[in-house]
Design a binder for this molecule. Sequence first.
Ligand SMILES: Cc1ncc(COP(=O)(O)O)c(C=O)c1O
Length: 472
Amino acid sequence: MTRPDTLRDLGYRIVDQIVEEFHGANPRPVFPAPQTRDAMEAAFGGPLPLEGMEPDALLQLALDRILPAAGNPNHPGSMGYVLTSSSPLPALFEALVAAIKLRPTTWKNQPASCHIETTVVRWLGEMAGFAPDAAGYVTTGGSWANLAALSVARVRKAGWDVRAEGLNGKPQLVAYTSEHTHSCIQRSCEMLGIGANWLRKIPLDKHFRLRTDLLEQAIQADVTAGHKPFCVVGNAGTVETGAIDPLNALADIAQRNNLWFHVDGAYGAFAALVPEKRALMTGIARADSLTVDPHKWLNTPFEAGCILFRDWADLRLTFSLIPHYLQAAMGTEHNQYEYGFELSRTDRALKVWLALRQYGVAAYAAMVADHLDFTHHLASLIKEAPEFELACEPELSICCFRYVPPGVTDPVTLDQLNYDLELALMRDGRGLISGTQLNGRRVLRACIASRSVTRQSVEETFRLLRVLAATL
Ligand SMILES: Cc1ncc(COP(=O)(O)O)c(C=O)c1O
């Protein structure tokens, strides 16, 4: 057992490093320097340790070896993927959560954790304009939240007892979504036994939003073929461009065809906090389920996704199965364990609870508004730069653009240049802008959703990108 004074000293050293991460004058690079497998094997691999080592030396070793090989999401130039900065107080508290194994399982065991989770679910539902009294639970992230939504949709809309009878010999279930939906929706269909071929990826309009006319045609074709459409998934901000699908029209189609309507708002749902975006998001209030992801735009530490439903009964119908050995711990209270898949899981809601209580919703609304503003600023810088072009007007805080140096017209060369530029910025370490493909062409993609990003850091990162582009 580690002695109390040693433990205290270890804790202070970790705290010092956390303070450095958030307030250090020289932030670590956004992207780690390239590492070889051999170097990582030397640092972290080796044989199973038969003998232990002193915690003091072990902590130093871990700090020395992990930090150079880890990126820095708190860097002001970090605008890649949907990777946002963290939050200090929830980050600090994580150690205590781990020490006491805080877990939202059964009420009698963990009343605080269970109630914090249901509170967070309710707050997030209200923030996103879903419902003021949402049911749900806090997940590892958006991927798991979307899997949970499709699990419930499958149970609720199949038309037979899926949990008991499975899918064999039954009409083929079919789900619908846009071509730009996150890959976890397809992987959910694969895991749930629906099959990737039965997720219809509906083509997009010129603003990268799902085309509802084609959706209706696809549903009709599947019904005529004797299949069983069960779910439509809309995006409140696609991961590719931030496009918002026509959520109200999707809700109408789902209603007319008796389909479950799920909205993936993992990236964008909290744009509903900003008045000028709210009108585009009103369809969220008509969804049967909504994914939100506090570890994205709310900048909490990992892991904090959340799946929201209208009715606790739907979750219970899908997930509840109480073994004998838990019966005494269940009692009559609300036991979070019954409303999700895992039994043992860490308290993920607390970090959201702490962040919302510390900053308040008004601060988040102001931050999201700033991010939308910075994104438009970046779009205008791109328009002014002759060697860059905007790939599409940003809807939210994702800006897709392309490096098109004068005189280069070959599409393959341009794709390669854009790919190389993404890598050049990663290697530089002072910024991170990731890439994707739009209409078959490689583009750069900045996602501004970190508290650490400022108008100035957006300008500096774009300036740096221009300098790096000139060296290619
Ligand atoms: C729209 C959307 N859905 C789902 C996900 C998956 O979320 P997570 O990475 O938290 O599992 C992402 C991640 O970027 C996303 O942008």
